[in-house]
Design a protein around this ligand. Structure first.
Ligand SMILES: CC[C@@H](C(=O)O)C(=O)SCCNC(=O)CCNC(=O)[C@H](O)C(C)(C)COP(=O)(O)OP(=O)(O)OC[C@H]1O[C@@H](n2cnc3c(N)ncnc32)[C@H](O)[C@@H]1OP(=O)(O)O
Length: 299
């Protein structure tokens, strides 16, 4: 009896956490105060995160610091959080492509920060970006990491926060953490295990292996190898690939992503309840009414 009470409470809490946007796993009891680390991150300026949103509900997020292979400066970490908040509130949004400027994806944290910050600040920075990537992963949009060039360290971790990875010929994903005397902290190890299983994840992390597109597809880490390797061509191809999943009204696409998140993150009973609630948001909605009126057949 007592056990089932606590299990239920745990499920309800998990459910709430899933539903509340922007809620952190960590708080002051973990010595984590967001405003403190935000102040610190402001000191490491450079680069930018750009977001463009088109009329068809596809957003393109560009990591823009090509001088450092699109490494994340402190201000880029702050901007990423702002863009994720904007995307969480994008009612017309259906899909998102994340890519790097000038034909390479991202080389992780700017090593100038890694060298300069204390252990406590390093851990708080890790919490800050882990929270942002968890919110990115839970966006009600279908997300794709378009990997051109190199996705290294934190850049490799970022790819795992997207629903899908598309790679261009000659690109690579590499978890170099071991070579830095580190382990992933942006949530990348947890997500990698979920994506490719613990044995494969262990190999990639402990070998700091270069994962080329063919290997990534074999492992189930990437969906496809795009034909183009240039920036404009591959972005167009990624958009075309994504369009096959984002056709339809935004509320329905967002509801689909939400039921999948619930199925992935919650225990069975909570996931089923969540699925029922999400179902209730589309039943009798405009797309449903229209389909019924058209007596749609799905041959
Ligand atoms: C692992 C933990 C994780 C975290 O928790 O924070 C991190 O992400 S730590 C950072 C992990 N990343 C790295 O260690 C990358 C180190 N860089 C490289 O391995 C290579 O630069 C590259 C990314 C494989 C690209 O190689 P290449 O194509 O040959 O280009 P260059 O080496 O000439 O790079 C151009 C220029 O960019 C600088 N650079 C690249 N990455 C970073 C970075 N993460 N931080 C700072 N600067 C970076 C590189 O040093 C070159 O500058 P110059 O030497 O001045 O030309």
């Amino acid at each position: 009896m007592a056990v089932s009470f606590w299990n239920n409470l745990l499920q309800i809490t998990k459910n709430r956490v899933l539903q509340q946007r922007g809620v952190s796993l960590y708080n002051y009891t973990h010595s984590y105060e967001e405003h403190v680390i935000k102040k610190k991150l402001k000191q490491f300026a450079g680069g930018s995160i750009n977001l463009s949103k088109d009329g068809s509900g596809i957003g393109v997020l560009t990591l823009n610091n090509p001088r450092l292979m699109n490494a994340f400066t402190g201000t880029m970490m702050l901007e990423l959080q702002e863009k994720v908040t904007e995307l969480e509130n994008w009612k017309e949004g259906k899909g998102l492509i994340i890519h790097g400027a000038e034909n390479t994806f991202c080389s992780g944290s700017d090593l100038n920060i890694v060298k300069a910050v204390s252990l406590q600040d390093g851990v708080n920075m890790c919490v800050f970006i882990q929270n942002t990537l968890t919110r990115l992963m839970r966006l009600p949009l279908i997300s794709v990491a378009l990997v051109q060039g190199k996705a290294v360290g934190g850049g490799a971790e970022l790819t795992t926060a997207c629903d899908f990875r598309l790679m261009t010929p000659g690109s690579e994903i590499r978890f170099v953490h071991k070579l830095m005397g580190l382990v992933p902290g942006w949530g990348g190890a947890t997500r990698l295990v979920q994506l490719i299983g613990s044995r494969n994840a262990l190999k990639l992390l402990s070998g700091a292996l270069k994962v080329d597109p063919e290997r990534a597809v074999r492992l189930g880490l990437a969906e496809e190898i795009l034909p183009s390797s240039d920036e404009t061509g591959s972005l167009e191809e990624a958009c075309t690939w994504l369009n096959q999943y984002t056709e339809g009204p935004a509320d329905v696409i967002q509801a689909i992503k939400k039921v999948v998140i619930a199925g992935r993150e919650l225990h069975l009973e909570a996931a089923l309840r969540e699925e029922k609630d999400i179902f209730g948001t589309v039943w009798g909605g405009p797309a449903n009414v229209q389909a019924l009126a058209q007596r749609a057949k799905h041959k």
